[in-house]
Every structure is written in C-alpha cells, then in structure tokens.
Ligand binder design. Sequence first.
Ligand SMILES: *Cc1c(COP(=O)(O)O)cnc(C)c1O
Length: 380
Amino acid sequence: MKFDTKVIHGGQHHDAETGAVMPAVFQTSTYAQTTPGKPVGDYEYSRASNPTRTALENALASIENGSRGLAFSSGLAATDCLLRSFKAGDEIIAMDDLYGGTYRMFTRIYKDSGIKFHFIDMNDLDGFRALINENTKMVWVETPTNPLMKLADIKAISEITKAHNILFAVDNTFATPYLQKPLDLGADVVMHSATKYLGGHSDVIAGALVIKDEKLGEQLHFQQFATGATLGPMDSFLVLRGIKTLSLRVQRHCENGKKVVEFLSNHPKIKTVYYPGLESHPYHEVAKKQMKDFGGMVTFTFASGKKEDAISFLEKLKVFTLAESLGGVESLANHPALMTHASIPEDKRKEIGITDDLVRLSVGIEDAEDLIEDIRQALG
Ligand SMILES: *Cc1c(COP(=O)(O)O)cnc(C)c1O
C-alpha cells in the first residue's frame, strides 16, 4: 500500500456489526466479562486499551512502518514513557537543539534519576562515537529541530547505534511520516507530538510512540498501561481523522513554506532564513537524502538583530496568529526565546543560536498570497 492510501486505510477496517467506516468514539472505561477474567471481547479496562485508541494506534503503526503504535495524552507523555526504560547509571546521548519541553524533562525531571544526559552536535559523528561507552543506552534525535531546523543524518547515526546495540529514537514531529520515515532509515522508535501535524487542526493535545520491534512495543505498552498517560477516545478519534488528510495537508504546507521562504530570502529586513530546502542551508544535502520535501516550518532573523523588530513584526501579523504550537491548518508565528523555548536557560539559548530576533513560522495551508501579503505588511 502506498503512503497516500495508508493514511486513509492503513491498519483500519470498517465496523463488523454496523459497517461504520470510522470507529465509534468508545466513551467507556470498562468492558463486560462473561465469567471472572473472561471479557466478552478483546477489552478489559480503557487504560490498558480502548477500541478507538486501538484504531488510532494501528494507523500510527501503519504510516510509520512500525510493528506497534501507542497513543499518549501528550507528546511529552510519550517521551516520558520511553525514558522509564532506563535506570541510574545509564547514559543517553541527545541532540543539542531540542524542543524546549524535551530538554526541560531531560534536565529537570530526570535530574536526580541517575541517568546521565549528553547534549551534542549529532552531525559530528566522530564526537558522537567518542562519547559512546558500555553505559550508553539510547540516542535521542530530533530532525529537523525546533526551531533552528538543524538536521541529523538518521541512517548514518543508526549504523553506529546498531553496531553498539544502542536504542535509537527519533522525534519525527516536524517532518511527519509523509516527509521522513525514521524506522525505514534505521531508527528503533519514533516519537510524535500528535498535537502538531498528525492531528493537524490545533484541537487536541496528543502524543505517540511507534516501535519497530514487537517485543519492545509490548514492553512499552506495559509501561504505558502501568503509568497511565493514555489518550482518551475522543482525542484518539480526532487524531485518527487528522491523519486521513496528512498527505494533502503536508503537500500544501511544503508549497506554501517554499513561497514564504522565497519572499523572506529576498527581503532587505531579513538576515538569515533557516529552511532545509534552501541550497545554502548547512544540512540541505542530508535533507534531500532523507526527506521527501522540506515542510512548512520556517525560522528567520532580522538584519537589525533587534528583539524589538521581531516583537513588532509579531504584533502586526493579522493572518498569522501569534501563538505557541505548530503544524495546524492555520498559520502560526512564535518568538522561541520568549515563548516555546523560554524554559532553556538564556546562556544555553545563545550558545545554540536561539537569539532574541529569531522568529519561527508554522506556515499553514491558507492561500500563499494572503500569507505573503501579511508578512509584507507586518515587516512594514
Ligand atoms: C510540541 C512538541 C513536543 C511536545 O509535545 P506535546 O504534545 O506538546 O506534549 C515534542 N517535540 C516537538 C518537536 C514538538 O514540537
């Protein structure tokens, strides 16, 4: 089955009893049993599993080419579930440019866990290799990264993690499986903030893990069941519905993203545009190799370098909404240093390049001319 068919039919079947094409929203906590320990069907209690969530999880496994999908109450809950696989003394190597909330979890929630985190430039493969020791248990990569659009070469990293028997997880939120399939490229686990492109309509907070290996999928399902951050039936329904139009939406995000990038790149008030589709982008070759297209996330800085210029631009936007989050049908604009990445200490932010004149756009699927006109007027 091709991907555009999978987003609609992958792992799905109509309801045997009614013929319903979409699963019902099974708003139930529990399920009848005929005799103690013998449920009528496959379900016992909705923290363990729920038919609407199962439908979503089967779709997730299908579109990421994994053996198992798990749906969580948020992206961070998905990450947290995976992190519970590790214990004191284990070491995790992560990329140095991460979603702020992921960085906050690693450095603050797991601070006293005894797990040691390293944050490195994952493009320096020799530096990466040099850090590996017998305690290295996982590599965590986000590509492209939020907000600087750095990339990591998934295949090259996976060759190293495989040789050392290290689990390799990729946050695929920005790219989506339409653009990039980490499990096919050698990763073991894919994580999503399904709040973003998978849901696609800014109406739900949700997360996902998709696992290649069945046994690990079983173990992570146990961890999810035993800790409880599962996705409710209504939210599962919404994400499943969102996935049906993923291909169409991401195609349009890419088209509009390119047009916005072209406009910004030629504007005298703009200094640097960060977009993996630009030939000048330092990781353009990696992007071409592992992504089908370049997405709708665009980050840029001002020629003046001034925070005030970024803020004035954001205040003047009319079609773009100034808001956290990304990946919905509507265009959003964000000031990472003051908003999404405020949880990263200032010196660390400066070190990785999240300056005060940096603006991140989630280019939506509106008419590109309206979006460009909006940016033009806001730049004054
Ligand atoms: C939003 C986001 C997360 C966190 O997901 P939530 O659904 O907000 O918990 C993780 N990674 C990336 C890249 C994100 O954009």
